[in-house]
Design a protein around this ligand. Structure first.
Ligand SMILES: [Zn+2]
Length: 408
C-alpha cells in the first residue's frame, strides 16, 4: 500500500443559486468547465454543509472546518487570523485586532474610516507604531493591504473580551470597554494605544505630505474584532502530513499558518479578480513534489458573488477550470483530489448563504459514481451524499490510504 498525496482545491464562494438571466441555471451550470466536469466523472460526488445545516459560514470558520478543526472549539475571533496572515507570530495569551487606518478631525470625529483608501506610506506609518510600550505590554503593529492593518498586544493578563474602538461608521471615536471585569487592563491598553497613535501619526512626514496634497491623513488607528488563540495542533502532527498552501488572500493565509502549513509566496496570486490562474497551477504542481498535502484557495468567486455580478462569476469558473486543467494534465492518478467551496455567495444575495456546497473527490484508484458534471445540483445524486466540512479530511485520508485502523 502506498500513501497517496492529497490536493484540496477550494473555490471561495463559487457555489450559488439559480440566476434568472441564465434561465434558472447557476453560474457553475452556465459556465464551460471541462476540467471540473472530468474530475466529477472520475470520482465520487456530493454536497457539503461546511459547518452545519443552516449555518452561514465565514471564510475563516469554514476553512478551519475543511481542515478538520471544529470551529466552535477553535475559533476565537478574526484578529489572530489576520495577524498570522500578515506574518506576525501570535501566541496563546496575546490579543490581536484587525485595524483600519482612518482620518479624524481635531475634535476626534472620524471623517473617513479608510483614510481615503490609502495605498502608499502605510508601511512607514506602521513602523512608527510598532514596538510601542504601554507599561509592560508590547505593541506589534503591521500594515495590511490598502487601509488595513493588524495590532497585537503582548503581555501578561490580557483578555480579548473588549469592545471595538471602530464605530463602524463615520462619527465619534469609541473607547474600548471591557466586556468582562478581567479585560479592563486590555481595554485600557487599547485606549492608550489609540491616543498615542493619533499623536505619532499626526506628526509623521507621510501624513504631512498627504495633507499638503489635499489627501485625508491616516492619523488614527481603529482596532476591532479582538481575538486570541488557543494553540491549534498543527496538521503535520494531527495527520502526519507535510502541508503547503497556495493562497493569495490574507485571511486564509492566516488560517493556513495557524494550522501549521507552509505558505510560500506565489507570484501573481493576489486574492482578487486579477489573480494569475496559471501561476497558481504551476505553484501547486511545484508544492506537490515536496509535500503530502497541498491546499489551494481561489478567492475570486466570492468577490463576484459579493458584487452580485453573475457574468463575472461565470468567467471566474472558467478561470479556475483553466487552472485545474493545467494541474490535471501533470498530476498522476496517485493524488487524491478534492474540489469544493468554503461556502456559497449567491449573486442574488451578495452575501454568504447557508446553501450547501458541491464537492467532488477523485483519484487514488478510488470509487466512481455516475455523476457527469460539477455543479450544485448534479453532484447531489452522487455517492458522497450530504456531509459536513469536518468529514472532508477523514474521507480524503481514507482514500489516500492514510487512515488508521480502529480495532484488530
Ligand atoms: Zn465572502
Amino acid at each position: 500500500m502506498t500513501l497517496k498525496k492529497m490536493l484540496l482545491i477550494v473555490c471561495d464562494g463559487l457555489s450559488d443559486r439559480p440566476v434568472k438571466e441564465f434561465d434558472g441555471r447557476t453560474p457553475l451550470q452556465a459556465a464551460r468547465k471541462p476540467a471540473m466536469d472530468a474530475l466529477a466523472r472520475n470520482g465520487i460526488n456530493g454536497t457539503m454543509d461546511v459547518i452545519a445545516p443552516g449555518v452561514v459560514p465565514g471564510s475563516d470558520t469554514a476553512h478551519l472546518a475543511l481542515f478538520g478543526y471544529d470551529p466552535y472549539k477553535t475559533y476565537a475571533g478574526r484578529g489572530p487570523i489576520e495577524a498570522a496572515g500578515v506574518g506576525i507570530r501570535v501566541s496563546p495569551g496575546d490579543v490581536a485586532f484587525r485595524c483600519n487606518f482612518a482620518t479624524v478631525d481635531k475634535s476626534l470625529r472620524i471623517i473617513d474610516r479608510r483614510a481615503g483608501r490609502i495605498r502608499s506610506g502605510t508601511r512607514e506609518l506602521a513602523k512608527a507604531l510598532d514596538g510601542m510600550k504601554l507599561g509592560d505590554i508590547t505593541v506589534v503593529f503591521r500594515e495590511g493591504s490598502e487601509h488595513r492593518a493588524v495590532l497585537v498586544l503582548k503581555g501578561q493578563g490580557l483578555d480579548h473580551r473588549v469592545s471595538d474602538v471602530d464605530p463602524h461608521t463615520e462619527g465619534k471615536l469609541h473607547k474600548s470597554k471591557p466586556l468582562v471585569p478581567d479585560a479592563k487592563r486590555t481595554a485600557d491598553a487599547v485606549n492608550a494605544f489609540v491616543s498615542r497613535s493619533i499623536e505619532i501619526l499626526n506628526a509623521h512626514p507621510v501624513n504631512k505630505e498627504r495633507v499638503k496634497s489635499g489627501l485625508p491623513p491616516a492619523n488614527v488607528v481603529l482596532p476591532r474584532g479582538a481575538g486570541s488563540i488557543s494553540s491549534l495542533e498543527p496538521m503535520t502532527e494531527k495527520y502526519g502530513l507535510s502541508c503547503a498552501a497556495v493562497v493569495g488572500v490574507t485571511l486564509v493565509k492566516g488560517i493556513c499558518r495557524l494550522v501549521g502549513m507552509e505558505v510560500p509566496d506565489v507570484h501573481g496570486a493576489t486574492g482578487g479578480l486579477d489573480t494569475d490562474y496559471r501561476s497558481k497551477a504551476l505553484a501547486t504542481l511545484e508544492q506537490l513534489k515536496t509535500h503530502d498535502f497541498v491546499f489551494v484557495n481561489v478567492k475570486a468567486g466570492d468577490v463576484a458573488g459579493h458584487d452580485g455580478d453573475y457574468r463575472l462569476k461565470v468567467s471566474v469558473v472558467e478561470g479556475i477550470d483553466m487552472m485545474l486543467g493545467t494541474i490535471l494534465r501533470e498530476v498522476r492518478d496517485d493524488v487524491v483530489i478534492a474540489l469544493t467551496c468554503d461556502h456559497s455567495t449567491p449573486v442574488s444575495v451578495k452575501e454568504h448563504s447557508a446553501d450547501p456546497v458541491p464537492l467532488t473527490i477523485s483519484g487514488g484508484g478510488g470509487r466512481v459514481d455516475g455523476v457527469r458534471e460539477f455543479d450544485e445540483i448534479s453532484v447531489a445524486s452522487g455517492a458522497l451524499g450530504r456531509i459536513r466540512g469536518t468529514d472532508l479530511m477523514p474521507i480524503m485520508l481514507g482514500m489516500a490510504d492514510r487512515a488508521k485502523k480502529f480495532g484488530a
